[in-house]
Design a protein around this ligand. Structure first.
Ligand code: ATP
Ligand code: MG
Length: 879
């Protein structure tokens, strides 16, 4: 069976059991402080388990893109070395939200594996939770009972908390689970060792394929367990492992999921897969990592220096280095795999297909930049190795590799391991902390558990219609930061918009007759609307008037609606490849990031502005439709943003169905006229293939234009109000250039005339050609030039000039170096003595020194001092 068919069969099977088939959520998680990437199928349903939200259906099934490279579930170190852990993989899952429980979950899993997939019943094992006294949990006899009616008892094994109690993260929904393992060894091997012995022993051919989790608890921040409001089923089956079992392979990489990639990499490297373990590992790593990289970028996460962006960069650099070292790839190669992957997954995950050029470009740029330092970094690694005494690379050196050569720590550790070494990782982290402390201290914060005031199923958002509502607090908690703390408050209903889709959260107040609590921000946590307050109201049970800051909201709406108009205009002017890559909308400005490979020219900017402003003047009324089935929204021409999680029903915002149709949860102007005016104020690049424009609207845009006009008016006035200011400035500049030239010429002439004069006046004393003179010169440069010219052109010369530079006195003494020794003359000493006469000071070297001062009238006296000093050295009186 082809893998495509296996996936289809799974979804068909659960559809036939009344499950609704839903799309995968994006790999990049938004609005969840506990999770960066989707690591299991259940993530997107977390709110259903927690009871924060009512599911659209009680039974759901899907295939979910997962990434396990950080946090609680991190398989990165296994990937490529073993044959069944990936960074990115698909998790097939079926869910019951408060509907069926253990019995059906177990029976259907068995039916699917044996009857639909035809896997051998006698090669499969089930595990059940044995209980855990520290959590006060008993063994899962219920699950054991259901298994007993299906398989012989000897194939049912007990599992401990580590294997049979599933948790998404440090907190959140969790519960006992029952896993299905399969033994893929040959009959011969099975004869020798009973498969039972190998379950959960990391044997590559006795692997877990499916985990049936029975969600019953919510793990609290303090480590305790609380019962969930209802009981749920959450199952997850590794699609690639299932394919291995069904296709009778011994490695996930031998299935048709990976073979096309593997063959392409092998061909490109000029090697055959399956001949040399080191080369095979490198090929597997690359085939694995390119999937993680491509799908994550397609879901909107660009490689970067922090957080999720850095995770992607790390994976990419790992892949590049495997190719470089083991497959001799010295040029970008990952980028060429993107197309193959896009073709392969066109039907299941169309987001990659739709953005293949963009993803390939981002990957290429990253590869090019890392390849630039990789070679030097590897040489540095060799150097470090040669200098070492023991077996542990110290943290500073590892940090140098990170900081100077872009080696992520895990890459350095990996290369160290290949060389039989290790890295002092805690010392590395210390270096990292030091650097962070140097840039800025990371804000540490700890979040307490929710304290329930009123039980409520949902927290309803009323802010599309109203800016004020009567609300009650349902729960709150405290967030502690370094020196201060603040509170997060949830209301039963609220007009406050929570930050999302780029639009900032509302601010405002919670009011009763005798108190007012300021809300300084509103954010989402999963689907919960969380209000941020510096303090809690005294009476938590009170009924509040929740009031949004209306002015700020209105300005923000101007910018949000303008962003939609801008998006459409950019597509019109630049082309359909323009995809939103990020946006920020607040009451001051709008920022829009989008895929485009070239700088947007001034002309294009002007066109875009013109289109948007025309649409503003058309005063197009807002078209808002809620609860539109997603398919219908797409028919309306709505641009789905990749990387966004959409439910089955979406909200569609339209400004002229022919012009702008977008899926959007934000708040908008009633009609475009309110925006007044849009002005783009900057255009720049944020990353490979991503441009950013910033724009302002309404009063701000008007003030900006007015500011420019004022500036123009002032300039005109300075120019004495010419008819054509442009021409006036051009001719002014022209005139200036001409004058500059003339001035330089004159200075030269004056200089050479003066030089001749000075030479004529030179006196010969004891073999020294002495020039002492008071002169008038335009500036210090001319004085210096004149001094050096005289020194260079005349032998044994000593020049003392007392210059009047536009009524500023300046002294210069210069002499042939030989005179310093021969006569003990010192220019520095001389100017210092002379400078007193002009109320100034200066200095320099023995052969050349200058001094400035305040008193022009003292120049003659200064010159006299100079002459006297020279006379002393040359034993003669100088006139
Ligand atoms: P394992 O012990 O093999 O790492 P797990 O206990 O971490 O698996 P679960 O968290 O229960 O796995 O995930 C459900 C299913 O997803 C597993 O039964 C397995 O088939 C699959 N799976 C888990 N991690 C990976 C991975 N890194 N790559 C591919 N498939 C995986
Ligand atoms: Mg695991």
């Amino acid at each position: 069976m082809e893998s495509k068919a296996i996936r289809a069969k799974f979804l068909e099977f659960f559809n036939s059991k009344s499950h609704k088939i839903v799309p995968s959520a994006p790999i990049v998680v938004q609005n969840d402080p506990t999770l960066m990437f989707t690591n299991a199928g259940m993530n997107q349903f977390k709110d259903y388990f927690l009871g924060n939200k009512t599911p659209e259906a009680n039974r759901v099934a899907d295939t979910q893109k997962c990434l396990r490279v950080s946090g609680k579930h991190n398989d990165l170190e296994e990937v490529g070395l073993d044959t069944y852990h990936h960074t990115m993989f698909e998790m097939l899952g079926n869910w019951s939200f408060g509907d069926y429980f253990k019995k059906e979950a177990i029976e259907w899993a068995w039916e699917f594996l044996t009857e639909v997939c035809g896997l051998p019943a006698d090669r499969m094992y089930a595990t059940v939770f044995e209980g855990d006294p520290s959590d006060g949990l008993k063994a899962d006899e219920e699950a054991r009972g259901y298994w007993k009616s299906i398989i012989p008892e000897e194939r049912i094994l007990n599992g401990n908390k580590k294997d049979n109690f599933w948790e998404m993260g440090d907190t959140g929904p969790c519960g006992p689970c029952s896993e299905i393992h399969i033994d893929l060894r040959s009959d011969e091997e099975v004869q020798k060792v009973n498969g039972r012995e190998l379950v959960n022993q990391d044997h590559p051919l006795v692997v877990e394929i499916w985990n049936l989790v029975f969600m019953q608890f919510n793990r609290q921040a303090d480590g305790s367990l609380k019962n969930l409001p209802q009981q749920h089923v959450d199952t997850g089956m590794g699609f690639e492992r299932l394919a291995m079992a069904v296709q009778g392979k011994q490695s996930n990489y031998d299935t048709d999921v990976f073979q096309p990639l593997i063959q392409m990499v092998a061909k490109r490297a000029g090697v055959t897969y399956g001949k040399d373990e080191k080369i095979d590992i490198a090929i597997r790593v690359i085939a694995d990592h390119i999937r993680a990289i491509s799908f994550t970028i397609a879901d909107g996460q660009l490689p970067g220096n922090a957080k999720a962006g850095y995770v992607i960069r790390r994976i990419l650099r790992r892949a590049v280095r495997y190719g470089y070292t083991f497959l001799n790839f010295k040029e970008p190669f990952l980028t060429d795999l993107v197309s193959l992957l896009a073709d392969q997954f066109k039907e299941v995950f169309p987001e990659l297909d739709a953005q293949r050029a963009f993803v390939a470009k981002v990957v290429r740029e990253e590869e090019v930049s890392f390849l630039r330092t990789l070679d030097k970094g590897l040489k540095r690694f060799e150097g470090i190795k040669a200098e070492m005494d023991g077996k542990v690379i110290d943290g500073q050196k590892a940090f140098e590799l990170y900081d100077t050569y872009g080696f992520p720590l895990d890459l350095t550790s990996l290369i160290a391991r290949e060389n039989g070494l290790s890295v002092d990782e805690s010392a590395f982290q210390q270096e990292m902390e030091k650097q962070k402390a140097r840039s800025k201290s990371a804000a540490q914060q700890s979040t307490g558990d929710w304290i329930v005031v009123h039980e409520a199923d949902t927290s309803e958002f009323l802010g599309y219609e109203q800016l004020q509502a009567t609300s009650k607090i349902t729960r709150y908690r405290e967030v502690k930061q370094k020196n201060k703390s603040f509170f997060q408050i949830v209301l039963d209903q609220t007009p406050f918009y929570a930050e999302s889709g780029g639009q900032v959260g509302d601010t405002g107040v919670l009011e009763t007759a005798d108190e007012k609590v300021v809300i300084f921000d509103t954010k989402k946590e999963n689907d919960l609307i969380v209000h941020y307050a510096k303090a809690l109201p005294k009476n938590l049970e009170a009924t509040f008037e929740a009031k949004v800051n209306a002015t700020r909201r209105k300005l923000t709406e101007n910018n949000h609606s303008a962003t939609h108009l801008l998006h459409a205009a950019l597509r019109e002017v630049l082309g359909d490849h323009v995809q939103q890559k990020g946006s920020l909308v607040n009451d001051e400005v709008l920022r829009f990031d989008f895929s485009h490979f070239a700088k947007v020219t001034d002309e294009e900017i002007a066109q875009v502005e013109a289109i948007v402003n025309r649409k503003i003047r058309e005063n197009i009324a807002l078209g808002e439709k809620r609860n539109v089935p997603i398919a219908e929204a797409q028919e309306m021409g709505a641009m789905a943003l990749f990387g966004e999680k959409y439910g089955e029903f979406v909200r569609v915002i339209t400004f002229d169905p022919e012009y702008s149709v977008e899926l959007c949860g934000g708040t908008h102007v009633p009609a475009t006229g309110q925006i007044g005016l849009l002005k783009i104020v900057s255009e720049s690049s944020v990353a490979a293939g991503v441009r950013r424009v910033e724009a302002i609207t309404a009063d701000k845009a008007e003030a900006y234009v007015q500011g420019q006009l004022n500036l123009l008016a002032e300039l005109k006035e300075l120019l004495k109000n010419p008819n054509d200011p442009k021409k006036a400035v051009a001719s002014l500049l022209d005139e200036r250039n001409q004058l500059q030239k003339q001035l330089e010429e004159l200075n030269l002439q004056q200089g050479s005339a003066l030089k001749k004069e000075l030479l004529d006046a030179a006196q010969e004393i004891n073999g020294v050609r002495l020039i002492t003179q008071e002169v008038k010169l335009p500036d210090a440069n001319v004085l210096k030039q004149l001094s050096f010219e005289l020194k260079n052109e005349v032998s044994n010369v000593l020049v003392v000039l007392a210059a009047n530079l536009n009524e500023k006195p300046m002294l210069s003494v210069i002499m042939d170096e030989s005179l310093v020794k021969a006569h003990g003359l010192n220019a520095g000493e001389m100017v210092r003595a002379m400078a007193k006469e002009i109320q100034g000071g200066g200095g320099g070297q023995p052969f050349y020194a200058t001094a400035g001062g305040k008193n022009v009238a003292g120049l003659a006296a200064a010159l006299q001092v100079g002459k006297q000093l020279i006379g002393e050295k040359l034993n003669t009186e100088i006139k």
